[in-house]
Design a protein around this ligand. Structure first.
Ligand SMILES: Cc1cc2nc3c(=O)[nH]c(=O)nc-3n(C[C@H](O)[C@H](O)[C@H](O)COP(=O)(O)O)c2cc1C
Length: 154
């Protein structure tokens, strides 16, 4: 069985950690890329009318490009994202809803400006069908620490 690293990154920080992780554990990598890329204005949460705030308030789905082919082949999925509003960005919920997670192991990893994961895993649960096992979850600021944590969990 195989491992997939699936990640969303608006500003590049999570992408850097995710790519390093995929290399370190020889996993396939899927970027969860919004159909409409985020501009700097879109993610300016200080502006009430910014796209990120509208998506958050409207609980909107955020479509992404493509799909993971043959999701069934993966037994472990490392799911990475930036913390937005103390949780996962809406695009992660959209991604989670699209697949059947029965029998999967999930590793959640995030980057943030300082927040920890808090209730992020619990808040994602309603969007993940199949009751998978979360074997590890954390916020990381170093690619090396993330790879070591994941290698230790697997
Ligand atoms: C819309 C938005 C909301 C954010 N909310 C939080 C937050 O609640 N807590 C936090 O520590 N950082 C927050 N951040 C900062 C990001 O989590 C942090 O900069 C992250 O490393 C960015 O990852 P990326 O470069 O992969 O997009 C937020 C950033 C954005 C754009």
């Amino acid at each position: 069985m195989k491992t997939l690293v699936a990640y969303f990154s608006a500003e590049g920080t999570t992408a850097r950690l995710a790519k390093h992780l995929a290399d370190a554990i020889h996993a396939d990598c899927f970027e969860i890329k919004p159909v409409e890329p985020y501009t700097a204005a879109d993610i300016n949460w200080k502006s009430p009318l910014a796209r990120c705030n509208k998506e958050k308030i409207g609980k909107k789905d955020v479509p992404y490009v493509g799909t993971v082919s043959n999701f069934d082949q993966y037994d472990t999925i490392c799911l990475g994202f930036p913390i937005w509003y103390y949780g996962a960005p809406n695009i992660i919920q959209t991604f989670c809803k699209d697949y059947d997670w029965t029998g999967k192991k999930i590793i959640l990893f995030a980057t943030s400006g300082g927040s920890n994961l808090g209730k992020t895993a619990d808040k994602l649960k309603p969007f993940i069908k199949g009751d998978p096992t979360v074997i590890s979850a954390g916020v990381f600021d170093s690619a090396g620490h993330l790879a070591a944590a994941v290698q230790g969990a697997m």
